[in-house]
Design a protein around this ligand. Structure first.
Ligand SMILES: Nc1ncnc2c1ncn2[C@@H]1O[C@H](COP(=O)(O)OP(=O)(O)O)[C@@H](O)[C@H]1O
Ligand SMILES: [Mg+2]
Length: 377
């Protein structure tokens, strides 16, 4: 259904983000792309609906080379769900779900019927939810509406970029189960991006482990767990990762992708706009070589922006942990002190990822879930 053939993306500044990716995703399959921050997951997704254009290679969706389809038409045929769902704040739940069907010129009756059908599918009573505004919904409900919106016009293919990444662990598990149930009925072809191995193993028919724009290993969840092909994969899955962690364990299991990474040269005001769009309080400033320039904070950026300075002038470099040294205890203590993401960097200054309070909570839940499974088995 979706075929990548030597798909390559080099950004204008020379960053090689996706390196001749070959990948085939069958109809009705959920493929999960997973890998460290910056390995090219988001870029791979965005090439499918042409939010980013391929530098070379081909992508075929439903038998059609995507470059032969008008990008706007293409995007109406492909559902897209991102981490921070941008529901239209002034539009009701029903109107938000109906965006694409409306663009496609569906009749009013048909749209109404479809909206109710979808709400029921997600067990949201239509009479209760149809006319609510987004700010009358919980985070989990918003994200659900985002998924329904992507399903609205019944696209064959759905792209999901860390769709549940911003949710607390309980809502997250709920939505994962719901999506799997939904998938039993709708049988879509889904490309799902995550940095969370538990989530990948739970959701995927096919797990695609990426590293530096390439596929490191690909296979069913069982294959990947039973036969990790390289040390990188072994580390990444870390079978004992959850069973054996202690407060003195290294940070690896906690590290996740930031929502926003920006280049140091951007104007502080541009970064403020991006943060507003994404609903973020922080952004990581990373140069083209992957070196960390600091964590941009709203108040620092506002000051920098008033003076017409760049993103690099609106950052703090105080808050950080070193991947080689820091332990889970260090992270937990820092987070208990202040609930702001902690950037994780290497001794040579490369950006590795961030750790968050939500991540710690997720780790705890993941561990308890696994313990429960062990007891049940
Ligand atoms: N618009 C852009 N311009 C330049 N480089 C980019 C851009 N978007 C992403 N990159 C770079 O491309 C690489 C892959 O990024 P991305 O696909 O977002 O990775 P992931 O989603 O796996 O974290 C990273 O090195 C990132 O810094
Ligand atoms: Mg990403």
């Amino acid at each position: 259904m979706v075929l990548f053939e030597k798909a390559r993306k080099v950004y204008d500044d020379g960053t090689l983000a996706v390196d001749d990716l070959d990948l085939e995703i069958a109809k009705g399959e959920i493929a999960v792309l997973i890998g460290p921050s910056g390995c090219g997951k988001t870029t791979s997704l965005k090439m499918v609906n042409r939010l980013e254009e391929l530098t070379s290679g081909r992508i075929i969706v439903g038998g059609e080379d995507i470059t032969s389809v008008d990008p706007v038409q293409l995007r109406r045929k492909i559902g897209y769900v991102v981490q921070e769902i941008a529901l239209m704040p002034h539009m009701s739940v029903a109107e938000n779900i109906a965006i694409v069907p409306k663009l496609l010129g569906w009749e009013k009756k048909r749209i109404q019927k479809r909206v109710d059908e979808l709400l029921e599918l997600a067990r949201l009573e239509p009479t209760m939810y149809r006319f609510r505004l987004p700010d009358q919904l919980s985070g989990g409900q918003k994200q659900r509406i985002g998924v329904l919106r992507a399903l609205a016009a019944d696209p064959e293919v759905i792209l999901m970029d860390e769709p549940f990444g911003a949710l607390d662990p309980i809502s997250r598990e709920g939505l994962q189960n719901e999506l799997l149930e939904l998938q039993n009925t709708v049988k879509k072809t889904i490309i799902f991006v995550t940095h969370d191995m538990e989530e990948a193993l739970r959701m995927a028919n096919k797990v695609v482990i990426m590293r530096q724009g390439r596929i490191e290993q690909m296979g069913s969840p069982d294959e990947i767990q039973e036969r990790p092909a390289t040390d990188f994969v072994r580390n990444f899955i870390g079978e004992d990762r959850l069973a054996n962690i202690s407060p003195d364990s290294p940070l690896d299991t906690l590290v996740q992708d930031p929502i926003l990474r920006v280049k140091p040269g951007l104007n502080a005001s541009e970064v403020l706009d991006l943060m507003e769009d994404e609903g973020c309080e922080t952004a990581q400033v990373i140069d083209r070589n992957g070196k960390w320039g600091g964590m941009a904070l709203l108040w620092l950026l506002k000051k920098a922006s008033k003076k017409g300075l760049s993103a690099a002038d609106g950052v703090t470099r105080e808050r950080k942990l070193l991947i080689e040294e820091a332990t889970l205890r260090d992270a937990a203590e820092m987070l208990a002190d202040k609930d702001l993401p902690i950037p994780v960097v290497s001794g040579t200054g490369e950006f590795v990822g961030i750790v968050t309070q939500a991540g710690i909570a997720r780790l705890t839940i993941g561990r308890l879930t696994r313990k429960r499974r062990e007891v049940l088995d």
